[in-house]
Design a protein around this ligand. Sequence first.
Ligand SMILES: Cc1cc2nc3c(=O)[nH]c(=O)nc-3n(C[C@H](O)[C@H](O)[C@H](O)COP(=O)(O)OP(=O)(O)OC[C@H]3O[C@@H](n4cnc5c(N)ncnc54)[C@H](O)[C@@H]3O)c2cc1C
Length: 373
Amino acid sequence: MKSIWEHTAFGGEHDLAVIGAGITGLFTAWHYRRQHPSARVVVLERGSHPAGASVKNAGFACFGSPSELLRDMDAEGMELALHRVEERWRGLIELRETLGDAAIGFEAGGGYELSRKHDPLYTRVAERFSMLNQALRDIFGQDVFSWADERASALGLGDAHLAWNPLEGAVDSGMLVRALLAKVQGAGVEVRFNAPVVAWEDGASGVEIHLKDGIVVKAARTVIATNGYARDLVPGTDILPGRGQVVLTSPIPGLPLKGTFHLDEGYYYFRDYQGRVLLGGGRHLDKAGETTTGEGTTPGIQEALQDLLRSTILPGQDFRIEQRWSGIMGFRAQGGPPVVAPLSPNVVLAAGLGGIGVAIGIRVAREAAELVG
Ligand SMILES: Cc1cc2nc3c(=O)[nH]c(=O)nc-3n(C[C@H](O)[C@H](O)[C@H](O)COP(=O)(O)OP(=O)(O)OC[C@H]3O[C@@H](n4cnc5c(N)ncnc54)[C@H](O)[C@@H]3O)c2cc1C
C-alpha cells in the first residue's frame, strides 16, 4: 500500500526513464540530460547497484582480436564489421576523455591474440594478416597488428604465437561504473536501485512503467537498456542472453603476464589483475546451455578454464581459483551490431552489445539518446 507522497515523489511524471544502469543505460541518461538540461531523467535499476555485465566483465578496453574480426568480416560482410570496429575505437576514445583514465583505472598495456603452435586457426589468421591490417588502416591510420612471438616466453606463455595490438588496454570495471554513476548523478539524473521493472505500456499520455513493488513510473519517453535481459521486457526481440563465466586465481609470485590476451576468436580472454590471472570464456563449449540469464557456473566450462590455466597460461605453476562469477551478455540471434531501435512511439531499445561492450557502450547510448529525444 503506497501513500500519495510515494506515488507523487517516486512515481510521477518524468521526461525520460531509462531501464538498466549499465554502461549503456547510464550513458544514455547522461547524453540525454546534456541535450535537455532541464529534463527530469530517472534510471531504474533492479540491483542494489549496477548489477549487469558492466560490472561482471573482464575489463578489456578493446575493439577485437584478429581471429574474431576475421570471423565477423566473414559472417557479416566487410563494411558492417569495419563500421563496428570504428564505433568501438571511437567509443574507447570518448570513454577515456569523458571519465578520465585515472578514474577508470585505464592501463595502456597493449593486447595480444595467443594461438597455440600448430593450431589451424593460427594458419588461417596468418594467411589474412596483411589484408586485415590493410582493411583497418583507414580507421587507425596505421597497421594495428604485428607478430610478437618472441615475447611469449618472457610472458610465461612458452611456445605460442602472439599477435600484438599496441592500441588495446585494460580498465578496472568497478572503478569505471562508479565514475560513470557519479558523473550521471552529478548531472542531475536520479538513479533508483532495487527497482526491477516488470512491465511497460506506451499509450497516448506517455509510457507507464510498472515496478515490482507496485509503483508506476510515468515518462514521456523510455529507453530499455537491459542488454542480455532484454527479452524479459521485450519478448519478441532477437537479442539472446549469453552467459560468460570468469575465474580469478590466487596471487602468482612473480607473474610475468602483462596486458590483455584473446584466444580462439575471442571465446577465451585473460589478463593480469594485481598479480593474479583473470580468465573468462568457454561459452562456445556449450552455447545452448549458456544461452541463459541464470547466474552460475558449470563444471564443464570451469574445468576447461582450469585446463587452459594449467596447460597454457600458468604451465608448471601452483595456483588456486579464489573467485568465480558469471555475467550475462546480450547477442543478436544472427550476430551483428547492437540494436538501437524504436519499439513503439515513445520507447527505444538499446541492447545487444555482445562481448565487446566497454568501448562501444557510450556510442550506443548516444544514438539511443538522440533517437528517443
Ligand atoms: C563475463 C563477461 C566478460 C566481458 N568482458 C568484456 C571485456 O573485457 N571488454 C568488453 O568490452 N566487454 C566485455 N563484456 C561485455 C560488456 O560487459 C557488455 O557488453 C556491457 O557491459 C553491456 O553494458 P549494458 O549497459 O548494455 O548492459 P548491462 O551492464 O548488463 O546492464 C543492464 C542492466 O539492466 C539491469 N536490468 C535488467 N533487467 C532489469 C529490469 N527488469 N528492471 C530494471 N533493471 C534491469 C541489470 O541489472 C543491469 O544492471 C563482458 C561481459 C561478460 C558477461
